[in-house]
Write a new protein. Structure first.
Length: 529
């Protein structure tokens, strides 16, 4: 890019210099067990959103940011577990979903008995390919891996709950707050912008590294021998000078303003994750989540990693919220992890408390991102896509259609914001599901997790999540090969991701031919449409 104006033979063929713009990032927040969909979604499923649309819902904490929100409606995730194996593999109602959520790949070894307790298929199966965060990071991140943090402080996870996979059968471990903070402190010094030599030492990146893909493209152009020699000489000179890109917002002061301080990290390190609200006053209510969010925002502001994933835990007892039952069984509205039984009294209200908690944590993340200016009237949020992903739609039905996804930020103007957009059929009255069809407060009704009565009619809201992933990849600049799949040396837009984009194809665990029935992204989500 920098050399182009000096290459006369190329300039004469119409090359144009492009202005530099802030980097684009993906900051994803992942929570388990879905939500009470009837209170979560705004009534309006397609159209311009206002604060009044959000205030009656559990998304009310996001009302101040409504103009920067995008709520894609009508999306289905892949590999849904059912008692009859109608829509996915028969491994496990948790493992199926989580293993395939960010991979869109089947899990292996395959299970054909939905009620089997075979250890290999129910507890140890893993997806056949990498997750979205790694596919993107291979092209965009300094070391080719994302920044993954589990806000409970847990580092290693097993297949039923792990969502980040470096490759087939390879779970990616999270960083603790201490590790994440330590990796960032070398990027700034107190009261000033990032130190170029500290940045260089931590990242090992020169300008040549940062624009290498553009240079590779440039060198493929038809140019004169003289210009090619000029380009080679320019690259040698650039390597010698080792100039680095810096961020004025990457400083000790910025970190302190976010709450990402050594004192806060040290305080967290003294508490072992657990469920006892007396001995673990921080972790039992996940108050530390905001510290992890601050670290994610700091990493984005420092441009340390454009692919950041914040994961909330499974099977957690939120005693700090007045809840004494773990979140997994509570999602079933039961007093155990069984498929049926008497409803827990006030189950709906306790689940709404969790929904509001998660919404507030996402709002805090969004607010921090929106508080960092990046020039031309934009903020870090404007140049990012902050996305809240939920494992399932309704936690009892464990259905994957009508998925709750909330995005904030337009990724540098790529996405339309201030809208709810029904990508399934464009209707403004898409069903909010049936989460309150059973187990209303104080009742002793029995809930049948097999009938999925609290879910959404499976005929509705089935637009494949693969297409949304293509949106995110294209927004950040991931490239694809001629076949449309992400490829490091590619030049095309991404139009395909995963093995399947139809949940029924997952039946058999990969025995069906790899098929993407609906390639491309959701054009309706793009700002220029």
């Amino acid at each position: 890019m920098v050399a182009a104006p000096f290459l006369s033979s190329l300039t004469s063929r119409g090359a144009q210099a492009e202005s530099l713009s802030p980097p684009r990032r993906l900051i994803a927040m992942f929570t388990h067990y879905g939500c009470i969909t009837t209170r979560f979604f705004p009534t309006k499923s397609h159209g311009v959103l206002t604060a009044l649309d959000l205030l009656p819902t559990t998304l009310a904490p996001l009302a101040p940011h409504v103009s920067k929100l995008l709520i894609p409606r009508g999306i289905r995730a892949m590999n849904e577990w059912t008692a009859t194996m109608a829509r996915g593999q028969g491994n496990d109602s948790y493992l199926n979903v989580v293993g395939s959520y960010l991979t869109c790949q089947p899990v292996s070894p395959n299970g054909n008995d939905p009620f089997s307790f075979n250890a290999a298929t129910k507890f140890q199966a893993m997806p056949l390919g990498p997750s979205l965060d790694h596919v993107m990071a291979r092209q965009l991140s300094p070391e080719g891996v994302p920044l993954l943090m589990n806000v409970s402080g847990q580092i290693k996870e097993a297949p039923p709950s792990a969502i980040s996979y470096r490759a087939k059968n390879e779970i990616f471990d999270a960083l603790t707050a201490e590790q994440a903070y330590g990796s960032l402190t070398g990027l700034f010094r107190a009261g000033s912008g990032m130190s170029p030599d500290s940045y260089q030492a931590a990242r090992g990146k020169s300008v040549l590294d940062l624009v290498s893909r553009d240079l590779d493209t440039l060198q493929r152009f038809d140019m004169s021998r003289s210009d090619r020699l000029k380009l080679d000489a320019w690259k040698q000179l650039l390597r010698q000078t080792e100039v680095v890109m810096t961020s004025s917002q990457c400083s000790q002061d910025s970190a302190a303003a976010l709450g990402a301080t050594q004192a806060n990290v040290d305080a967290l390190a003294t508490h072992v994750p657990g469920y006892d609200s007396v001995t673990n006053p921080i972790t039992d209510s996940m108050d530390a989540a905001d510290l992890y969010s601050a670290l994610a925002v700091l990493a984005a502001a420092c441009n340390a990693n454009p692919i950041i994933l914040l994961k909330y835990p499974t099977n957690f007892v939120f005693k700090g919220l007045g809840i004494n039952q773990d979140s997994a069984t509570l999602a079933h509205r039961l007093d155990s992890a069984g498929m049926q039984g008497p409803c827990v009294p006030n189950a709906i209200e306790m689940l709404l408390t969790l929904d509001r908690y998660y919404a507030q944590k996402f709002a805090n993340l969004v607010g921090m991102l929106d508080g960092i200016p990046e020039g031309n009237g934009t903020t870090t949020l404007d140049n990012s896509a902050a996305v809240w992903f939920s494992e399932v739609s309704d936690g009892a039905a464990r259905n994957l259609n009508n998925l709750p996804i909330i995005q904030a930020g337009g990724a540098g103007g790529y996405f339309k914001t201030g809208w709810a957009i029904n990508v399934d059929d464009g209707s403004a009255n898409l069903s909010n599901g049936n989460s309150e069809s059973a187990c209303t407060d104080g009742t002793t009704n029995r809930i049948d997790g097999i009938s999925q009565s609290t879910g959404t009619d499976p005929a509705l809201a089935n637009a494949p999540i693969n297409k949304y992933y293509c949106n995110l990849m294209n927004a950040l600049g991931v490239k694809a090969g001629a076949d449309g799949f992400p490829a490091a040396a590619g030049q095309a837009a991404v139009s395909r991701f995963g093995m399947y984009d139809k949940t029924e194809d997952f039946i058999g665990g990969g025995t069906n031919p790899p098929t993407i029935h609906s390639p491309g992204e959701f054009d309706a989500l793009k700002a220029n449409v």
